[in-house]
Every structure is written in C-alpha cells, then in structure tokens.
Design a protein around this ligand. Structure first.
Ligand SMILES: NC(=O)c1ccc[n+]([C@@H]2O[C@H](COP(=O)([O-])OP(=O)(O)OC[C@H]3O[C@@H](n4cnc5c(N)ncnc54)[C@H](OP(=O)(O)O)[C@@H]3O)[C@@H](O)[C@H]2O)c1
Length: 394
C-alpha cells in the first residue's frame, strides 16, 4: 500500500514509532498506522445516472482531535431517494466538497446508515468509542467505509443489545415515515382502517406492522408479479396485513363490495390513505375513504401524476396531504429520537421485523463495479429485497 499523504505529513520523529508499530502490531487491512484510516467512499462529481457518475474514491482520515469522532460504517441501505438525489431530481441536494482529497468537489452517495465510533477527540461529549450512531439529517453521505464528524450530526444508539447493524441502519427513514403518517394526519381509533399502495415497500411494511400494533386494520395494494405472488401475500399477512390485493383486483367492482363487507358496511371507516405510487390508482383509493379522511402522498414510484377526484374534495371533505420525513425530522429532532428508540425497542422484542434485504458485502476485496451495480439495480421494480451495503473488513 502506498503511504498516504497524511502519514507523510507526520512529524519526522514519529516516523520510527509508526514503522515499529506497523511491523510489530497485526493491523486490520486498509488501516494506516497511528490512527490514520484509509477510507473509501462511493462518490460523484456531477449529477446523473448512478452507473455513469459514481466511482469509488479513496482518501485518508487523520486521528480525531477536539470534538471530532471517527466513524466506521457498519450498514448503509440504498433507498429510492438516494438515487433521485444522484440524478439531481430530489429537493435535498448533495453536498459537494474537496475535503476528501479529490481535485474536483465530490459528493458521497447515501443518506441513511449506522456507524461505530472507533475514535473520539478529547473534547467529544456524550458519545464515546464503541457507540453506534445514525445520521441526524439527510446529505451525510453514508456509502463510505469511514467518516469524520461531530456529535451534533448524529444520534447515538447507546443500547445496541439484541440489534443487528442492518436493523439500526434502516430505522430512521422508512419506519419513521410510516410512524408519522399513521399518527399525524388522522386520529385513528383501534378498529379503524387505512388503505395503502406500494404496500410491500419498506414504508408499507412498517405501516402494516405499526398499524397492527396500534389496533388499526389495513388494505394493502401491491403490483401483480409473475413469480412469488402467493409468498408475498402471505409475507404481508404474517406482518399483520388484513387485506392484500393487486392493483388490478382493486379496481374491480367485486372488490368494492368486499371492502364494504370487511368494513361492516362503513361502520368501521377507512379514514386514512397512504400513497407512494401515484396515477389513477389514487383516485380509486380515495373513493373508499370516509368523509373527512386524509390521503397522504409520500412517494411517486410510478412517475405518474397523482389524480385527485374533484367530487370527493367538495362533497366528502377529503384532504390531500404530503409528507416528507426529512422536513419532519429537522423540525422535530427530539421526537425523532424518541420514535427511533421506540421502533428499535419493538425490533429488539421481536415485534417489528426489518424488510427483506439484498445485502452487498463491502470489504477490501469488493470491486467498484459491484457497488455501482447494486445502486443502479435499485431502479428496477419487483425486487426481492432492499439493497444494503454491509461493511466487512475495510
Ligand atoms: N416522503 C418521505 O419522507 C419518504 C420516506 C421514505 C420513502 N419515501 C418514498 O417511498 C417510496 C418507497 O420507498 P421505500 O424505501 O419504502 O421503497 P422500497 O422498499 O425500495 O420499495 C419500492 C416500492 O416501490 C414499488 N414500485 C417500484 N416501481 C414501481 C412502479 N413503477 N409502479 C408502482 N410501484 C412501484 C415497489 O413495488 P414492486 O415490488 O412491485 O416493484 C415497492 O413496493 C419511494 O418513492 C420513496 O422515495 C418517501
């Protein structure tokens, strides 16, 4: 391994010490001596399709001083919004910087993840070596082996007992979104129904489970697939879904009758709709809502404009709302912290299951192409699980 620029900048008298440490201490591969970390990140210089703009970039991180913390990432998911951000079609823009030792400013992909604090500066408060942390805000850049930051940019997960990195690394976006949408728009009572599309998504699965825990019933719309249909229906039912239906079945007259029956002729009202798909489907979903209900849009996976039924706006007082977890988190940091710990407690107790995942191990041997392929693959539908980087020895 070529010596990094940072190591060469070390005071002359320390070089012998460094050399002797390197020779005498077994080192984890990829780590320089004397607290310097050889970091890698999946980064981009310009916006575009992930396969065209992403590249693996290496840089050195010096030992933390003052309030700085050095992090080693454990797990970082690949969410649809991460792709939109690289494409430049997401409202929260990536942060381009030259602080990673590149000639041109670079932005690191990924917004969610969990990391372990592997070193802390002498003035770091509230967080110590060995703690797990998740990112407080979007735009951190989590597709990286290491990072350096301060405590105000992270939330510490002090009690990691019974939790796996992939569970902690996926708690702050999808479960949070489902949690807030179920709680903040309508005061649902036990026995009330909600209806959602994209029900097998990470958010959809979280909504099914949290809804069940709080006594709400759910109608869950998914897309028909050639294989694995029955397994998917059973999977969602095992999470607590009351009704699972394909988009085609949902549009049929018989289904409308069935909903009437299931909701006891409307005496158990459907008072909330959750939409991450868009298009005409939303119009049909809204027709099932009781007077005064809310339809909350949080995604647009079909890329079709969401159709709103004029008559329902006027005569049934249906409200159409949007929800963005980033804005909510920025405005409610303490509530976010409480929500995260509540969901992690449920996870620990086996009451909240993580989503199916397609893991991509990122270690010293992993090639740039494998990482980029995993990111690009997220754009395809009908996937068997959410892509997630699990960091091995880096
Ligand atoms: N507003 C917020 O704060 C917020 C927070 C989190 C997530 N989101 C959004 O919520 C959505 C789901 O995110 P996630 O991380 O939960 O997703 P995910 O686990 O990656 O799942 C993607 C979902 O989208 C569906 N899908 C993909 N292409 C589709 C298409 N052309 N038409 C209809 N459905 C399609 C998939 O269905 P198949 O399995 O049938 O392909 C699957 O249900 C995304 O739009 C994301 O950006 C928003």
């Amino acid at each position: 391994m070529a010596p990094s620029r940072a190591v060469l900048n070390f005071p002359r008298r320390s070089l012998c010490q460094i050399a002797s440490r390197v020779l005498s201490t077994p080192q984890r591969r990829g780590i320089s001596a004397y607290g310097y970390e050889q970091a890698k990140c999946l980064a981009f210089e310009k916006l575009g399709e992930p396969k065209d703009v992403l590249r693996l970039h290496g840089h050195s991180i010096s030992p933390p001083h003052g309030e700085l913390l050095t992090l080693r990432f454990l797990a970082s998911p690949i969410n649809p919004a991460d792709i939109n951000q690289i494409q430049g079609v997401y409202p929260s823009k990536p942060t381009f910087t030259t602080s990673l030792g590149s000639a041109e400013p670079l932005a690191v992909g990924g917004n969610e993840g969990v990391a372990e604090v592997i070193a802390a500066g002498t003035k770091a408060k509230g967080i110590q070596k060995g703690d797990w942390v998740i990112m407080k805000k979007q735009g951190f850049g989590t597709w990286r082996t290491h990072a350096q930051t301060t405590a105000d940019n992270v939330v510490a997960i002090k009690n990691k007992d019974g939790l796996r990195p992939e569970q902690v690394g996926t708690v702050s976006v999808n479960p949070m979104t489902a949690y807030r949408m179920l709680k903040d728009f309508v005061k649902l009572q036990p026995g009330d129904w909600f209806i959602q599309n994209g029900a097998n998504s990470g958010v959809g699965r979280a909504a099914i489970q949290l809804g069940k825990l709080w006594g709400y019933k759910s109608i869950n719309i998914i897309r028909k697939r050639e294989t694995g249909m029955e397994e998917l229906v059973q999977d969602l039912k095992s999470l607590g879904a009351d009704v699972v239906v394909t988009e085609e079945e949902f549009e049929k007259r018989e289904f409308r009758d069935m909903v009437k029956q299931a909701t006891d002729g409307g005496r158990e009202p459907i008072r909330l709709g959750l939409n991450c798909v868009g298009g005409k489907l939303v119009n049909s979903m809204a027709k099932h809502l009781a007077t005064g209900s809310h339809m909350v849009t949080y995604g647009g996976m079909s890329k079709q404009a969401t159709m709103l039924p004029t008559g329902l706006l006027i005569f049934k007082d249906i409200s159409f709302d949007g929800f963005w977890v980033s804005r909510w988190s920025d405005l409610n940091p303490e509530e976010k912290d409480a929500c995260i710990h509540e969901v992690l407690d449920l996870t620990r107790k086996g009451k909240f299951k993580d989503v199916p995942m397609q893991t991509v191990t990122w270690d010293v041997k992993t090639k740039q192409e494998e990482l980029i392929e995993a990111v690009q693959g997220t754009l395809e539908g009908y996937r068997s699980g959410k892509g997630i980087f699990l960091f091995g020895e880096t």
